[in-house]
Structure formats: C-alpha cells, structure tokens
Design a protein around this ligand. Structure first.
Ligand code: GLN
Length: 286
C-alpha cells in the first residue's frame, strides 16, 4: 500500500485484504479519509491523499499488531454518541447501553435529579444520560479513581457541548469521590465497575492485553467493587433511591444476595440484549 495515487475504492479493497475484515477496513478508510460514513461513499472514486494514506498505514499497522480497532480509531459509538477512547479507558460495550435506559426511565419525569456514574472511564454512561435528557434537566456526578481516565472523560464532556453543563467530574474511589453534602440526596447510582475474576479463563486475550486492568479486575470472585458499592449506597441514596450495577453474566445470584444482605428492596436482575443476566436494579427502603 505505498501507492498514493489510488482511489479510495482500491484502497478499501486492499485494506480489507490486509486486515482480513471488510467492516474494519471500511471503518479505517473512513477515519483516514476524514469523511463520515455517508460522505465516504461519494469519495470512493476520488484519489487518496498522501496524508490520508500515511494515516491509514499507521492505523493498519496497529490493527495488525493486535490492538483493538476501537483504540486505533480513537472513538467508538455508544447510544447516540461518538465517544473518544484510548488505552486509558475501557471500550464502551453494547450491553452497557442498558444502564442508560434504566437511568433515563427513572429520572425523565423528575427535573433536578442527582445521578452518579461511578467509575465513569471514558464518560460514556454519564454523557449518554445527559445527552438523552433535556439540557439542564439533571446533574450527573462522574467519578473515577484514575486521573488518566478522567482526562478522557473531560475531553468527552467538552465534545458534548451544551448538554455537558450537567456533568461534574470528580476523582476518587467510589463514595470517597463524592462531596459529603450529597449524602442521602442521590436519586440514582449507576455503575459499570470492574467485575472480572482475576484469573477468569473466559476473558478474551485482547481485553486482558489492551484494556486497563484497573477497570476490569475485582478480586478472585470479581465481586470486590460491587460489594463496596452495594454496601455503601444506603447512606448516599435518598429513601427509595435506585441502585443500578452492571455485573458479569454468571454473578446474578451472588449480586442478588449481596443486595438483599445490604437491606435493599425491590431487587431485580435485568437481562441484556443477549438475554444474559447483566444489571442489578434495587432500591433503598422508604
Ligand atoms: N464487560 C467487560 C468484559 O467482559 C468487563 C467490564 C467490567 O469489568 N466492567 O470484557
């Protein structure tokens, strides 16, 4: 792929061969061209500039080195947003979109709601919530223990424009990140915490190799952080407040009993789009 006097059509065909995946090749060529999906179609018979070719070759080199496509592209779709991602944060997953539905359903009719997005990473969950509510509707506290992750979240808040005025980014581990005066006044806590077992044999190799361990692993049973959040939430949520936590598909029963032991009520396990147990939905007693 050294010839920079080829059309995008030829470049796309060649890229598809090299990366052995047509959809990936299309994403990469679109990104290198600087055109969005629909516009790129009109570019197919135009020549690739040498600048775009250099960018494409660099991205292809990274993909061939095993790096996840999402990091190579530097952004990935989540709900209606294009979220900037790199190795400092977890790649947004489709099953996590469910958390956004559950939060929006809960607060849509309640202006001025206080929402927490624990372990925000790229900011995908918190920003999708703000994006899907009217501007100024609610406040979303987005926390992360990792300053690196918060830098990515901050960039994504900036990218969101006006809806981003509801975002509050704070550093710290779970409840430690929150200002004291939020005690007993949070309407919804949502979290996609680390929940992978340290030695999980089913974890994909690329995930283990490229995504931040801090965002993935949570002790031998994967429940370390989930139990911290479940056990701490009652002094922060309003009476009847809602707790939503994503977990691994085999942790449903363990998570349900953690919630019951913590005195939470209306405990439900919600399934994801693939029909697997995925989100704990529970309330504090009124
Ligand atoms: N869903 C991720 C995976 O299985 C794990 C995310 C997490 O630990 N929060 O790859």
């Amino acid at each position: 792929m050294s010839d920079d006097t080829v059309t995008w059509r030829a470049m796309l065909a060649e890229t598809a061969q090299v990366v052995a995946d047509r959809p990936s090749a299309l994403w990469l060529c679109q990104r290198a061209s600087g055109y969005e999906a629909e516009e790129f179609i009109n570019e197919l018979d135009n020549l690739v500039t040498s600048r775009a070719a250099t960018h494409l070759h660099e991205m292809v080199r990274r993909v061939l080195g095993g790096e996840p496509l999402q990091y190579v592209l530097g952004r990935w779709a989540f709900r209606r947003l294009d979220i900037m991602v790199d190795g400092r944060v977890l790649i947004p997953r489709p099953e996590t979109e469910l958390l956004v539905d559950l939060v929006v359903d809960e607060v849509a009719s309640r202006r001025g709601a206080m929402v927490v997005d624990f372990g925000t990473g790229s900011g995908a969950i918190g920003l999708a919530i703000l994006d899907e509510l009217p501007i100024g509707h609610s406040t979303v506290w987005m926390t992360d223990v990792s300053e690196d992750a918060l830098d990515v979240a901050r960039a994504n808040v900036a990218g969101l424009g006006r809806p981003g005025i509801g975002a509050r980014l704070v550093q710290g581990s779970w409840f430690d990140a929150l200002p004291k005066d939020l005690e007993n006044s949070i309407d919804v806590i949502a979290a996609n915490p680390p929940y992978v077992e340290d030695d999980d044999p089913d974890l994909e190799e690329t995930v283990r190799e490229w995504e931040p361990s801090l965002a993935l692993f949570a002790g031998p049973d994967g429940l370390r952080d989930i139990s911290t959040i479940v056990n701490g939430c009652r002094s922060w949520l309003t009476p009847g407040g809602l707790l939503l936590i994503e977990f691994g598909s085999r942790q449903g029963e363990a998570v349900r009993s953690l919630a019951a032991s913590a005195g939470l009520v209306s405990i439900e396990i919600v399934q994801d789009i693939a029909g697997r147990d995925r989100v704990l939905r529970a309330r504090t007693p009124r």
